[in-house]
Design a protein around this ligand. Structure first.
Ligand code: GLN
Length: 251
């Protein structure tokens, strides 16, 4: 049994906190406590250096301007993040966070900005925004994930990088590959908000077991009900889009 407190790092919540991504930190800490494991959420405010002492690094979504501010701080703290990750910490990045742990992304004014390059991925602006419910079949022993997306960027993974999974409904990476996010060693990236971990408790536990090892199962009845309801909503969106496309194609 782990002795030390699990330190869940919530990085720049003022900048990278779109659509309640803070909920991801609360869920990780609470699922530890329900198992009698001590956990704390450590907030790293914008402008502060990111320490190398955290067990989980959560990078949330953000609008373009806050995202640019977050990028500068993350680049300054890159060495600490890499040190922690290589030393066993987990990285979980959502939407803008995902774009920022890639090599680069194009800001709203058209300039290409550097990310921190933990993942071989580049993000370019798309012709429109991808908005709505998403369903993803993970490329890991996990049930179908549900989430919400709202992003203009399209992310292309390098040849050696696996996506988190295959998009069943919605956009995901939106680069034509049919994938969402990225899956690496103790690293998950995704376009799914919601926030995504309260909606997908199995994904939360997947991240936690990298930190604490085998986990005792928890009763997730309510979370599973939410997941089932969201899968139904996502499937409806998928069906509606398919129908609309069919009608448009008929002219
Ligand atoms: N600003 C980024 C984009 O539009 C990320 C948006 C987000 O995090 N929801 O692509």
């Amino acid at each position: 049994m782990r002795e030390s407190t699990v330190r869940v790092g919530l990085i720049y919540p003022e900048l990278l906190g779109t659509y309640g991504d803070r909920g991801n930190a609360l869920v990780l800490a609470q699922r530890c406590r329900w198992r009698d494991l001590a956990a704390e959420v450590v907030e790293v405010p914008a402008g502060a250096p990111i320490p190398d002492s955290l067990d989980v690094y959560l990078f949330g979504g953000g609008e373009d301007d806050p995202q640019n501010m977050a990028a500068a701080g993350m680049r300054d703290s890159r060495a600490a993040i890499v040190r922690a990750w290589e030393g066993g910490a987990v990285v979980f990045a959502v939407c803008a966070g995902f774009q920022l742990i890639g090599h680069s992304y194009v800001a709203a004014d058209g300039t290409r900005l550097d990310g921190i390059g933990l993942v071989d991925a580049v993000t370019d602006p798309g012709p429109d925004r991808l908005i709505g419910e998403v369903l993803v079949q993970p490329d890991a022993p996990l049930p179908t994930l549900t989430g919400f997306e709202n992003h203009g960027g399209r992310t292309t993974l390098g040849p050696g990088v696996r996506p988190l999974g295959t998009v069943l409904a919605g956009g995901g990476n939106g680069d034509g590959s049919g994938g969402d996010g990225a899956l690496g060693e103790r690293l998950v990236a995704t376009y799914l908000h919601g926030p995504v971990l309260p909606r997908n408790p199995a994904l939360a536990d997947h991240l936690l077991q990298w930190v604490v090892g085998d986990l005792r199962p928890l009763d997730s009845t309510w979370e599973e009900r939410l997941r089932a309801e969201r899968i139904a909503a996502g499937s409806k969106t998928g069906l509606a889009k398919w129908w609309q496309q069919r009608m448009l194609n008929r002219g």
